[in-house]
Unconditional design. Structure first.
Length: 253
């Protein structure tokens, strides 16, 4: 794979394949590549294999690590602050199209998807603390503590350079308020971290905006605290139906 340009040859072959047959070709090629991959030595795995968005060499070993830890590869053609932050944390950012032969073969070889960087990773950035959050932060931390989730702070953030997916989580647990956030890992147990924890509230999410607005009034603080803590504690992320019910309850209260 590394020395005989097998990967490049297969990419070229796939680019010349009928689009209707490409998935089948990628599956067969992926099986063959995995067989060849299993025969590589540790030194071969560390050799340059592909370039990242900044032109740096990425080895098969680095790709293997990313596939294992992130369960996906990230792609973009933009050299943004987000891409730099990911690279700083040793996450390869690949300049490939999501539907390209390169992406399809990488996906087949490592059996993980190639996804948009901007839709799956984000750098959280602190915003001015809303009055509603000041009113309920202590209550939120107390309620989370009852669920054996200990957070040192609850903060409001936004995610510049990121495109929020339709099912983006209103609340995310992270190691700090200025961190690379994996938006596909939802709920406390999806963070892969235990302590210390901070709870980040996406200030642009409708549920967060409405809950914090209600929290500005004493009568709405208990409900706002409950709604935000419930959305934070759902291990698999907040389902759209649940989110809609919480939002409806807040609107009607």
């Amino acid at each position: 794979i590394v020395n005989d340009q097998l990967f490049e040859q297969l990419c070229l072959q796939m680019s010349q394949t009928d689009p209707l047959e490409r998935d089948k070709t990628a599956e067969v090629a992926g099986s063959y590549l995995r067989h060849r991959y299993s025969e590589l030595s540790s030194s071969q795995l560390k050799q340059p294999f592909i370039k990242d968005v900044f032109g740096n060499s990425v080895s098969l070993k680095q790709l293997e690590k990313c596939a294992k830890e992130e369960t996906r590869f990230f792609a973009t053609h933009r050299q943004t602050t987000l891409a730099e932050r990911a690279a700083r944390e040793e996450i390869p950012v690949l300049p490939v199209e999501l539907a390209s032969p390169t992406a399809e073969l990488l996906s087949s070889l490592f059996e993980v998807p190639v996804v948009s960087l901007e839709k799956n990773l984000a750098v959280s950035q602190l915003v001015e603390r809303p009055p509603g959050l000041r009113a309920i932060e202590a209550d939120m931390r107390t309620l989370l503590k009852r669920g054996r989730i200990y957070v040192s702070s609850v903060v409001a953030v936004e995610y510049p350079d990121s495109i929020a997916p339709p099912d983006s989580a209103p609340c995310t647990f992270a190691l700090g308020a200025d961190r690379l956030v994996r938006r596909f890992r939802k709920g406390f147990w999806g963070t892969k971290y235990i302590l210390p924890q901070h709870l980040l509230l996406d200030i642009h999410h409708p549920l967060v905006r409405k809950a914090l607005s209600r929290a500005e009034q004493p009568a709405g603080r208990r409900l706002a605290t409950y709604a935000l803590c419930k959305s934070a504690l759902l291990n698999d992320g907040i389902a759209t139906s649940t989110e809609n019910r919480l939002l409806k309850t807040i609107l009607e209260s």
